[in-house]
Design a protein around this ligand. Structure first.
Ligand code: HEM
Length: 425
């Protein structure tokens, strides 16, 4: 790593300790790093990483995959041994041409046109969940609305039975634990016999998710349907364009990415709307604001806090020399509050028209595959909340995930505010 060879770079304050995030994103520390000349160096494990915190720099890293590779190292902070890296590799940890081939296999299902076909399904699920939330007079928003909505939608797309949704949410929660310091399940949970270091998120829940994916793959092979798993099985049969390893990991990624992130957006979105009633009132008064409010919810939430790249060659960013092999970590959590990109970035503005948020990544080939789906889910939720004039009141503090990777909310109590008309339509 370059800091020993070059003059000592400015050291970034601690931002990687997962426990810091129990109190929310450490925004003051990120602001300090954004103000540093060049990039800040952050010690981490045996080595360290360059903390890329400014909006413009995150864009540059994202859009230069030849220099900032997703496959050389790993896309999370920690390093993996070579065999573990191979064992855990998925779409997100590949570069072209493998990335292009794999992404093409699923991209068709996630275009705006094809995602719009799911609008009625998303609306039906949303209405059902809001009815239940209101019938109970509120409760844990994560459990009642934020978690079930995205998982049910992605399962419908994959062709997975809705009865298994709770099980898959549970697995997903264990995966998030794997990004923190402690795991609440033993290594042999779910009958796992694989060494944890070879499993995504070091979690036995990954084994369970692989098994589940294999099971549904076998079923769709025997009995094809009009769903995403059948599509992948066909691609596999059709000249082996997708290997068994690639299938297992793609299924895992779609289930995890398809629910954890949007759940987080919906959780923080609810808290933001409860805390900024004037902004929600603007949406109630003018439904044309649903689109900008959706983007603002996603910017505000920034469900994925960072992604890492590894320098493929010596290069320079923001005037800082970077050596081949250095870890370069893009902090979306910081870029989305960068004063240089957004006016008053700490204000939740339902009509925000400035800036391009990087919650889905900073552009480039890995830009979130599910962005249109996530937008659809958040916007339909806002539409349906507005249709019943549901105003939320937050009851107490949220329980947050101890993770520097996802901006997770484990639970947060919400209720229809007094005077909020609410009620099933
Ligand atoms: C608000 C919700 C979501 C957020 C904030 C989010 C965020 C992200 C981010 C930051 C990346 C990495 C971008 C990069 O490295 O440049 C990503 C990639 C990805 N996301 Fe999402 N995501 C969301 C929803 C979804 C959904 C609903 C799916 C559904 C399938 C999904 C599937 C994926 C996949 C497969 C990738 C890897 C793409 C690739 O490497 O080519 N995401 N997402």
């Amino acid at each position: 790593m370059s800091p020993t060879a070059a003059p000592a770079p400015p050291l970034a304050p601690e931002i990687a300790d997962p426990r810091l995030y129990l109190d929310g994103i450490p925004h003051e520390r990120f602001a300090q790093i954004r103000a540093m000349p060049g990039l800040g160096w952050h010690a981490y494990g045996d080595n360290g990483f360059w903390a890329v915190t400014r909006h413009a720099d995150v864009r540059e890293v994202s859009r230069n995959p030849a220099v900032f590779s997703s496959s050389i190292g790993h896309t999370n902070l920690w390093d993996l041994e070579a065999d573990a890296l191979e064992a855990r590799r998925s779409l997100i940890d590949t570069d072209a041409p493998d990335h292009t081939r794999l992404r093409r296999m699923v991209a068709g299902a996630f275009t705006p046109k094809n995602i719009r076909r799911w609008t009625d399904t998303v609306r039906e699920i949303t209405v059902e969940l809001l009815d239940e939330f209101e019938a109970r007079g509120g409760g844990d928003w994560v459990e009642l609305v934020a978690a079930p909505l995205p998982i049910r939608v992605i399962l419908a797309m994959l062709g997975v039975p809705v009865a298994d949704a709770d099980y898959l949410v549970e697995l997903s929660n264990y995966l998030v634990e794997g990004t923190g310091d402690t795991q609440s399940i033993p290594p042999d949970a779910f009958g796992n016999t694989t060494e944890l270091r070879l499993l995504p998120f070091n979690s036995p829940a990954s084994h369970a998710l692989f098994e589940y994916g294999e099971d549904i793959r076998a079923k769709r092979r025997a009995e094809p349907r009009d769903d995403l798993v059948t599509h992948l099985v066909r691609a596999e049969a059709d000249g082996g364009r997708i290997s068994r390893h690639e299938y297992r990991h793609l299924f895992h990624l779609l289930v995890f990415a398809g629910n954890e992130t949007t759940r987080t957006a919906i959780s923080h979105g609810a808290m933001a709307l409860a805390a900024n009633r004037d902004q929600w009132q603007r949406v109630l008064d003018d439904r044309a604001l649903v689109e900008s409010a959706t983007e603002e919810v996603i910017r505000w939430a920034t469900p994925i806090l960072h992604m890492r790249r590894t320098a493929a060659s010596d290069c320079e960013l923001a005037g800082t020399p970077i050596a081949a092999g250095d870890k370069v970590v893009m902090w979306y959590a910081s870029a989305n509050r960068d004063e240089a990109a957004f006016a008053d970035p700490f204000r939740f503005d339902a009509g925000r028209a400035d800036g391009e948020h990087f919650a889905f990544g900073g552009g480039g080939p890995h830009l979130c595959l599910g962005a249109f789906l996530a937008r659809l889910e958040v916007s339909v939720l806002l539409e349906e909340m507005a249709a019943r004039r549901l105003v939320l009141e937050q009851l107490g503090e949220p329980v947050r995930a101890a993770s520097n990777f996802v901006h997770g909310v484990l639970s947060v109590d919400m209720a229809p505010a007094a005077g909020s008309s609410g009620g099933p339509r």
